[in-house]
Design a protein around this ligand. Sequence first.
Ligand code: TRP
Length: 432
Amino acid sequence: MPIELFLTGITTSGTPHLGNYVGSIRPSVGHSLRSGVESFYFLADYHALIKIDDPARIQRSTLEIAASWLAAGLDPERVVFYRQSDVPEIPELTWFLTCVLGKGVLNRAHAYKAAVDKNTAVGNDPDSDVSAGLFMYPVLMGADILMFNAHKVPVGRDQVQHIEMARDMAHSFNHRYGEHFVPPEAAIEDNVATLPGLDGRKMSKSYDNTIPMFAPREQLKKLIGGIVTDSKGPSEPKTVEGSALFQIYQAFASEDEAKSLRQAYADGISWGDAKQLVFERIDQEIAPMRETYQSLMGNPAKIEAILQTGAVKARAIATPFMGQLRHAVGLRSLQSEADTTAKVVKVLLPVFKQYREKDGQFYFKLQSADGRLLLQSGAFASPKVVGQTIATLQTEGIVAMNSSPAPLQKGPNITESDIAAALQTLQKAKQS
Ligand code: TRP
């Protein structure tokens, strides 16, 4: 079975919430346990700089996300688990990709367009408060993926465009410099739900509607109690369509469990009871991890060591690959300049040119590297004899002029020694 390469990252800009767990952490851990899969999981802290300018928060978030991933069962022995900023090859590759990607592609990126639309709507300059980092976000993400030639990138639907852009970058680079990158594919799992948040919109830090993944039991209960519902009273039948509470439950429950809650909705379960049920079901899954999480959070040195080991593994791939890419684009040691110069010199060698004139006869001439006519032949009856004559000149040198079947004439202001030198140069070039 061919090895599939999975890769995914989480931006270290906040405390992991249940949306991150359901959408990214849980499925990625699940993938990593499958056979025939090699996984790369990382903390996208360069990405975090785009949104966060609070250094302590970035550090804290890095710790929290790493601990969450490990608590959720990620085995750092089985996967390459690293911090993006420990792999300096990634920003270097970002620059290479920046130079092959059309700017227009980035203009069309959803996140950037949304920022521009927001500005335009209120009459601001379109790029007001838009950092160049936000604009470049997809290129950094492309570098994350292409650095390890990941085939499959498990992402939410909102990230599919970024994967398409990464494919675009791979194609553009390959087109210019040869086949170096595997165009990646988005692996969208349809059974991985986008979790709604407390207000029913997608759970997201930017909406401030999240439930922290490792909220203590009491807080978890309180937060779930705050999920929006409609105003149907106890015993009134309720519908699961559009119910954030039901969707959240579904992300944790088995099919049978979901079916019975659906029935309970129809039977008029009270929102209070429904919330209690949802709370208990989520806590059942999270509680065992919560303990591991707490102990990891108390031991940042251990996490740091795990990440450093991961960085070594990641760089064992990234460093040589980047070396290959540097060479491909022409960022090369000057020692290899000798080869390049030799090629240039070859281009600048004297040349024989064979041709046919309007009289139907065949001719050749010898031109110097700078284009002067050194030798002009008379007419030959066949191109084959032209070829033979040239070959003899090349191997035997100037003396072969005497045995030519057709007359040979020196070019204007050309001496015999000019021709002899040119023939010698050709002979030497052929030998080297
Ligand atoms: N953009 C992703 C997010 O918003 C994080 C991320 C960065 C990522 N680089 C990636 C995901 C590469 C998948 C592959 O969370």
